[in-house]
Design a protein around this ligand. Structure first.
Ligand code: NI
Length: 273
C-alpha cells in the first residue's frame, strides 16, 4: 500500500473513527440493555471506500454454541485466570502484521473485530489471523452507528461483513461488536436470533485511541484485567501495538491465559436464565 494511502487511513482514523471519550466511559459502566447513541462518521474519508454492495452471499455451515448464550457480554464469570484480548477496526496494513508477530512469539490467541471496508484493503491479513489461530468477529462493513439504523440496514451491515469474512477465510464469525458500543436491546436480540451473534462489549477500555502513550495503555490494561475479562484495544494505532509486548508479558507473568472470545463464553459459569 502506498505511504500516502497509509497516512490518509491513519489521519482518518485518528480524527474520525473513534468514539468520544465520554461515550467510552459511559459504555463501560452502562447497564446491560441500555441504548447508547453515538455519532460515528463514515469509515473512510477522502478515499474511494469499498462498500458491502458487491459482496456475494456465501454458503456456510455455521457452528452452534454448546449452550444457551446471552445476548451481551462485557465479561464472563469463571474461576479460571483467563482474559480475552480484542483488537478492533483493522486490519491495518502495517500495525496488524507487527502485532501478529508479537502474538505468535508469545503463543497468544486474540480476537479481531475487523471492519469490512478495512478487510478489503488487506484481505491477506485476516487469512493470516485464522492461520495463526486467532478469531475473527464482525465489526460491520462501514463502522457506522448501528443504534441509528433500521433493522434492515443492520442486517445488511452484518450480513455483508459476515459473508466477506467467510469468503476470505472459510470461517464463520461467531460474535459481533457494535462500533462505539452503540446498539439497542432489540437489535441485540435480532442479531442473536438471526445471526447467532452475542454482542461483545468489554470490561477494560484503556482509551488507547486517544493515544495516552504506550506505558499508560499498558498500565490501564494490566491494572484493569481480571479473570473472565474482555480487553478492548485497537490494532489501528501504532502506539497501541507498541504497548503490547509489555502488556502481554506482564499479564502472562501474572499467570493469565489468553483465550478467544468464543472460548471465553464457553467458559462462562453463570447459568443463563
Ligand atoms: Ni470500532
Amino acid at each position: 500500500m502506498k505511504p500516502a494511502l497509509l497516512s490518509l487511513l491513519s489521519l482518518f482514523f485518528l480524527s474520525a473513527c473513534q468514539v468520544p471519550s465520554s461515550i467510552s466511559k459511559s459504555t463501560a459502566t452502562m447497564p446491560l440493555g441500555s441504548e447508547l447513541k453515538v455519532a460515528l462518521p463514515p469509515l473512510i474519508v477522502g478515499l474511494e471506500a469499498p462498500t458491502w454492495e458487491d459482496v456475494q452471499p456465501v454458503e456456510e455451515n455455521a457452528p452452534s454454541w454448546s449452550k444457551p448464550v446471552n445476548d451481551t457480554y462485557t465479561r464472563v464469570s469463571t474461576g479460571r485466570k483467563v482474559v480475552a484480548i480484542t483488537f478492533d477496526d483493522g486490519p491495518h496494513p502495517e500495525n496488524t502484521p507487527r502485532l501478529l508477530d508479537m502474538l505468535k512469539e508469545r503463543r497468544i490467541k486474540a480476537t479481531f473485530y475487523v471492519v469490512g471496508n478495512m478487510v478489503k484493503y488487506s484481505p491477506q491479513l485476516i487469512r493470516r489471523m485464522i492461520a495463526e489461530g486467532h478469531e475473527i468477529g464482525n465489526h460491520t462493513v462501514t463502522h457506522g452507528n448501528l443504534a441509528r439504523m433500521s433493522d434492515d440496514a443492520l442486517r445488511k451491515e452484518l450480513q455483508a461483513a459476515h459473508d466477506q469474512i467467510i469468503a476470505e477465510t472459510g470461517v464463520t464469525p461467531r460474535t459481533m461488536r457494535p462500533p462505539g458500543g452503540a446498539i439497542k436491546k432489540s437489535q441485540k436480540e435480532l442479531m442473536l436470533r438471526e445471526f447467532g451473534y452475542p454482542t461483545i462489549l468489554w470490561s477494560v477500555d484503556p482509551e488507547d485511541w486517544k493515544r495516552p502513550g504506550p506505558a499508560v495503555v499498558t498500565s490501564r490494561l494490566v491494572n484493569g484485567a481480571s479473570p473472565g475479562g474482555i480487553l478492548l484495544v485497537h490494532d489501528l494505532h501504532k502506539p497501541t501495538v507498541d504497548a503490547m509486548p509489555s502488556t502481554l508479558d506482564q499479564l502472562l507473568a501474572q499467570g493469565y491465559e489468553f483465550v478467544t472470545v468464543t472460548e471465553l463464553i464457553e467458559l462462562d459459569e453463570q447459568v443463563s436464565d
